[in-house]
Structure formats: structure tokens, C-alpha cells
Design a protein around this ligand. Structure first.
Ligand SMILES: Nc1ncnc2c1ncn2[C@@H]1O[C@H](COP(=O)(O)OP(=O)(O)OP(=O)(O)O)[C@@H](O)[C@H]1O
Ligand SMILES: [Mg+2]
Length: 328
């Protein structure tokens, strides 16, 4: 089956004065129509780099996509021309950035900002774009009469709603949301997430939801990808990841939280740190922190193998267990 968005063997590096940062190392990931995929990992794991790669927005220099394929609707975005990419970006794939304020124009009325996006993408007359912008504002829970306000007149949660309205205004097939609620306080976070869920059910937009927060994943996602030191180490349905956990790093993340399905929890770091991203490794990047590590883990790099239907893992321990027949 072909996927709406499929990333294969993606490698991204930042070439800085202090050396090369190996930000993404052979990442594989897939997103199907209408589904919500959570991308979870600690700070510096490569989540934003992955999101920006899909949008072809990696700053170059210092960043460079060194290899791999990002296929959207059967087309490789990495070899597409600039004009082809512009047609996809913001139109078929849109992104909510980690810092929402950076996506709003401080000197333009919010209604006009939404109308501008609608006007460009739907090529409709100004009046119609304005009318649709008001509808969109109401859809994200902001009264239409606030359309003539400027961003600074809005609270943080309302600004984020406006950003979401802009991202959804052209009815994209894929929405990438990079920590859309991290900057908000907990109550507002819950409201914005609830709204995103409602919008997803209404528009069936496939969503890549980036978060530190496994509580958010349990609430919002059907599938999960766990990213560690620039590698997707485990991928599967929420049920697989929580109930049939395979990767010791995932296990550590889940173990750090007493009851994942309740409320909102932050990831508590596992003992130790992620390895220096400027050093290229031969072994498994988690080996130093892994309580199950054996000799091979420090020497060889595990492949991303399938265990079960859509459950994948990059780990020699899991591989051994699968061979023994412990897994289906
Ligand atoms: N412009 C840049 N120049 C150099 N290194 C960068 C740049 N952007 C990111 N990196 C490095 O690439 C790696 C991945 O960073 P990225 O921002 O993708 O992580 P992240 O998972 O989004 O983290 P966070 O949770 O903090 O947002 C890190 O080691 C980071 O320092
Ligand atoms: Mg980030």
C-alpha cells in the first residue's frame, strides 16, 4: 500500500564551525491519509529538523539534506523544483511552527492574515476570502468580530488558534504541528488540543504532531514514532507502543510516567544524556544508556526491522526476541 507521505532513509546534517551535526540519520517514517502520527523525543532529537525537511525549509547553510526520499502523494519532494515545492507548501502541506508568534504578522489584522492565505490558495475574490476568514475564526473558537484586531490584542492561546486557522485555511492534506501547545499553560493547552481534535475529525487532515508529551500522544494519535539521537527507534500504533513496547528507550520513557493515559505528563529524562550529535557512531546510539546493552550493541548499528503488522523497531535485543519467536 502506498502512503500519503513516506520518508525513506532521510539524512540531514548541519555543517557548523564546530563540526558536523548529524541531525537525522537514516530516518524512515510514513503517514497515511486522515491519521494522526505523534513524533516523540527529547530535546535535540531531530523533531523540528524532520518537520522542516518535509517543508524543504532547512536553512542552508548550515543545514543540508544529504540523502533519502520524501514522497508526498507519489512525488519526491526532495527533487521537486522550487515552484513545485511552493505549490505544495502551505497548500497541501502546512506547518504550525514551534514558536507560533513567529508566524503572525504583528502589524496586520488577524482577519486579513487569514484572508490573505485563503485568497492566495483558492484564488478567490477578496470579499469571499474575507467571508471565509471569518468562518475560519469562528471554527477555531474566536468570535468573528475580533477579525479586525491585531495579534498583540490576543492572548497566547488565541494567537495559537489564529495560527491553526491560518494553517488549516487552505484545507491541507497534511498538517505538521511542531509542539503546538508547549508555550501555553495547561488549561489552555487542553482546550487547543481539543479544538485540534475536533478539526481533525471535521477535515480528516493527516497530522504529524510533534511533542515531548506522551499524555498528548495518548489523547490525540493513532500511531507513534519515537525518535532518539536523529533516528526513529520505534514506530507503531499507540496500542503497540504502549502495550507491546519493544525499544528500551521507549520503555524508559513510559516507565518514567506512572499512568500515561491520565492527564498531561512531561517526559522525564532517563539517566544519562543523548550522545554528542557531532560524533558519527558505529553502534546503537542508545547503547550507553541501555540497561540491556550487550557487546554487539556498541559495535554494530541495528536495522529498522518489522515485527508484527505495522510495528517497527531498531534494536538488537528486540531482534533477538523476535527471532526466538517471542513476538508475532
Ligand atoms: N540551524 C542549526 N545549526 C546547527 N545545528 C542545528 C541547527 N538546527 C538544529 N541543529 C541541531 O540539530 C539537532 C536536532 O535539532 P532539532 O531542532 O531538530 O531538535 P528537536 O527535536 O526539534 O528539539 P526540541 O525538542 O528542543 O525542539 C540538535 O543537535 C541541534 O542542535
Ligand atoms: Mg524542535
Amino acid at each position: 500500500m502506498s502512503h500519503l507521505l513516506e520518508i525513506k532513509d532521510l539524512q540531514v546534517q548541519y555543517h557548523t564551525e564546530d563540526g558536523t551535526v548529524y541531525a537525522l540519520n537514516h530516518v524512515d517514517l510514513e503517514l497515511d491519509d486522515g491519521e494522526t502520527l505523534g513524533l516523540v523525543g527529547e530535546t535535540g532529537a531531530g523533531k523540528t529538523t524532520l518537520a522542516k525537511s518535509i517543508m524543504r525549509l532547512i536553512p542552508n547553510p548550515p543545514g543540508k539534506i544529504e540523502g533519502g526520499v520524501i514522497e508526498f502523494d507519489g512525488k519526491n519532494l526532495l527533487t521537486a523544483s522550487d515552484s513545485e515545492i511552493r505549490a505544495v507548501r502551505g497548500n497541501q502541506i502546512s506547518m504550525i511552527f514551534q514558536d507560533p508568534m513567529s508566524s503572525l504578522n504583528p502589524v496586520m489584522r488577524v482577519g486579513d492574515q487569514i484572508a490573505e492565505v485563503i485568497g492566495v490558495h483558492e484564488k478567490c475574490p477578496k470579499e469571499e476570502a474575507k467571508r471565509k476568514a471569518l468562518e475560519m475564526l469562528e471554527t477555531v473558537g474566536i468570535p468573528a468580530e475580533r477579525a479586525s484586531d491585531f495579534p498583540h490584542q490576543f492572548s497566547g492561546g488565541m494567537k495559537q488558534r489564529v495560527v491553526i486557522a491560518i494553517a488549516l485555511a487552505c484545507n491541507p492534506r497534511v498538517l505538521i504541528a511542531d509542539e503546538p501547545t508547549t508555550a501555553l499553560d495547561v488549561t489552555i493547552q487542553a482546550q487547543v488540543l481539543e479544538m485540534m481534535r475536533r478539526l481533525r475529525d471535521k477535515y480528516h487532515t493527516a497530522t504529524l504532531l510533534i511533542t515531548h508529551d506522551l499524555g498528548v500522544v495518548a489523547q490525540m494519535c493513532e500511531k507513534v514514532a519515537i525518535i532518539y539521537a536523529g533516528e526513529v527507534v520505534e514506530f507503531g500504533t499507540v496500542h503497540d507502543i504502549y502495550k507491546r513496547t519493544l525499544h528500551p528507550y521507549t520503555e524508559g520513557l513510559l516507565g518514567a510516567i506512572p499512568q500515561v493515559h491520565l492527564n498531561v505528563h512531561r517526559l522525564s529524562p532517563i539517566d544519562g544524556l543523548m550522545p554528542d550529535p557531532t560524533i558519527q557512531r558505529t553502534g546503537c546510539p542508545f547503547a550507553d544508556r541501555c540497561k540491556y546493552a550487550f557487546e554487539r550493541c556498541g559495535k554494530e548499528h541495528p536495522q529498522f526491522i518489522s515485527v508484527g503488522d505495522r510495528h517497527k523497531v531498531r534494536c538488537f535485543k528486540a531482534e533477538k526476541e523476535a527471532e526466538k519467536g517471542g513476538m508475532d
